[in-house]
Design a protein around this ligand. Structure first.
Ligand code: HEM
Length: 536
């Protein structure tokens, strides 16, 4: 049967509706991806031969025949309409269309990625909770290409290794560890603001660039105690390599021929990727080796007093499981690479979009500024004890994370059948995409979802909210380990920026369009804002 027939819901000789398509042939993807056996809501007899476990996972007949409201929306680009040789259009288009599809399909729909892969996008809080309460592995289709870069770090690993390492790393995010970092965030933000002072009042700046450098500076200090001049140097090889790796990973995912390792390795993109990977790995290895060497040269007492705070590398080097085994050098490097990527790029995205929202809403910007001035009382540093007083800023940041979640999609591959609260079932092996962006814009969940309104996050407006309606940091066992770190940095930076500068949109440029490049960025030309010192 043709897929187009399936999508139209037409079964020859039958009036039954087919609600879900499934992974078809081959049952294993072209790059050895352990493709799912399928999503099995199709009617009896439909390509059952590809499903080994159909009987055990099929929903009761009555449920399957209800209006499941889960279909492939019209206009989903399978292959047609994609650039030649690519699996689909640039993610941004699909992501924005997803918001419209959610109006018609309240809970979930299918996305065909090329001829072989189908993923089920879920974006209703009840459905999202059903997926996130479990700790299924990450879908190799989406995360596999991160592996040469991030190895088996927390983000990409699964099973007992993930469980052990998550337990070993959790103490690194205890509030006592996080406390001294707030001063480091202030320090990095103030370096950035001093650079801005040198610009002409009213200059238009590339916000992602500045936030990327600033959060990298913070991450280098907090994770590795590296106090560099990365914000003042014109170019930074490391940050350029991280950007290249994110772009190339997304591009590889979309390019059919590049899914084959050998072809990719021989392509110019593949060579560029290898070079960038080598650079970031060598950077991490050098710092780890230097720290180990320094640790060996110090006696115990000196080690305890050597600096005012423990960084993540200290935690990684000193972590021991119940058998007294620590992390290997390779594991430490994977975690360092993961933190450096997850920890700076996501926060830079959150911060950039927050500033974008505040620049477009001068009223909210002014309220945040007033709060920052009242709380800081002329101080140039935010400290740990001041953070809870930044209430309006916290609400403004959260509302920006709702409209522009830095991680707009999360993929899982089901390790056992999944039953949604209404009885619908997805089979083991299926790919599920938790579409944070669509969830945060789901008109069945959020009233006036396009409107920027920080008061949505006031205590009274939040108290009856579904716990899975707002999940910029994911939720459940595989939630973001760095969420408090990130929120502290976002609040600190917003307070210090607004204390010294006013922000307005650059009207000479088109409205920035969000585009998922692993992290939510802005489509070219990017996100530009005009900055003006308040004293000017
Ligand atoms: C605004 C900033 C941030 C956002 C929006 C964010 C969001 C997320 C999300 C959605 C996930 C789940 C990803 C998935 O399951 O595929 C995640 C995981 C993770 N994040 Fe963050 N993150 C942020 C900042 C940070 C920071 C600052 C760090 C480290 C210092 C960090 C470290 C991690 C790690 C290690 C994981 C994997 C956790 C696991 O699977 O056990 N993130 N983050």
């Amino acid at each position: 049967m043709l897929r187009s027939q399936l999508e139209k819901g037409a079964l020859p000789g039958s009036s039954r509706t087919i609600f879900l398509h499934f992974r078809a042939w081959p049952p294993r993807g072209p790059v050895g991806h352990p493709a799912a056996t399928g999503l099995f809501w199709g009617p009896v007899g439909t390509r059952q031969k590809f499903s080994s476990d159909l009987n055990s996972t099929r929903a009761p007949r009555t449920k399957r025949r209800r209006d499941l409201n889960v279909r492939t929306p019209r206009g989903t680009p399978p292959v047609a309409g994609s650039p030649p040789g690519q699996l689909g259009p640039e993610g941004g288009e699909l992501m924005l269309k997803g918001v419209g599809w959610a109006d018609d399909y309240k809970y979930a729909h299918l996305i065909h990625i090329g001829p072989f892969l189908t993923t089920c996008a879920v974006y209703h809080p009840d459905y999202v909770r059903a997926v996130m309460a479990r700790s299924d592995k990450k879908d190799e289709f989406a995360y596999g290409f991160l592996r040469p870069w991030l190895g088996d770090g927390l983000l990409t690993t699964a099973g007992p290794k993930w469980f052990r390492n998550r337990r070993l790393l959790t103490p690194g995010f205890h509030f006592e560890i996080l406390k001294p970092y707030v001063r480091l965030f202030s320090e990095s933000t103030n370096v950035m603001l001093s650079n801005w002072e040198d610009l002409t009042a009213g200059s238009s700046i590339d916000v992602f660039h500045h936030m990327g450098l600033m959060t990298l500076d913070s991450m280098l200090k907090c994770a590795l105690s590296q106090h560099t001049d990365c914000q003042t140097r014109k170019t930074n090889d490391y940050i350029a390599a991280v950007y290249d790796l994110a772009d190339l990973t997304m591009k590889r995912g979309r390019t059919i021929s590049h899914r084959i390792d050998l072809i990719y390795a021989m392509s110019s993109d593949g060579r560029k990727y290898r070079k960038a990977c080598k650079l970031v790995h060598e950077y991490a290895e050098r710092i780890i080796a230097e720290r180990k060497e320094a640790l060996m040269q110090r006696d115990g007492e000196e080690r305890a007093n050597r600096k005012k705070y423990l960084d993540f590398l200290d935690i990684l080097l000193e972590a021991k499981d119940e058998d007294g085994n620590g992390l290997t050098d390779a594991e430490i490097r994977d975690e360092v690479d993961t933190f450096m990527f997850e920890g700076h790029d996501t926060t830079a995205s959150g911060l950039s979009w927050t500033l974008h929202c505040l620049a477009r809403h001068p009223g909210h910007q002014e309220k945040c500024r007033k709060e920052a001035q009242e709380v800081l009382k002329g101080r140039t540093e935010v400290t740990w004890d001041l953070l809870p007083s930044l209430k309006y800023i916290t609400m403004s940041v959260k509302e920006a994370l709702r409209l522009f979640p830095p991680v707009p999609m999360i993929f899982r591959q089901l390790e056992s059948p999944l039953t949604f609260p209404d009885g619908r079932i997805i089979a083991k092996g299926a790919s599920v995409n938790i579409s944070t962006h669509t969830l945060h814009h789901n008109s069945h969940v959020w009233e006036n979802h396009t409107e920027y309104d920080p008061l949505r996050f006031s205590p009274e407006n939040s108290k009856d909210r579904h716990p899975y309606a707002f999940i910029p940091f994911a939720a459940g066992p595989r939630n973001c380990i760095g969420q408090h770190f990130a929120m502290n940095e976002l609040k600190t930076a917003v307070a210090l920026i607004l204390r010294r500068f006013s922000l307005t949109p650059d009207d000479t440029l088109p409205e920035p369009i969000p585009v998922p490049k692993l992290i939510l960025r802005a489509k070219k030309p990017g996100l530009f804002l005009k900055i003006k010192p308040l004293s000017a």
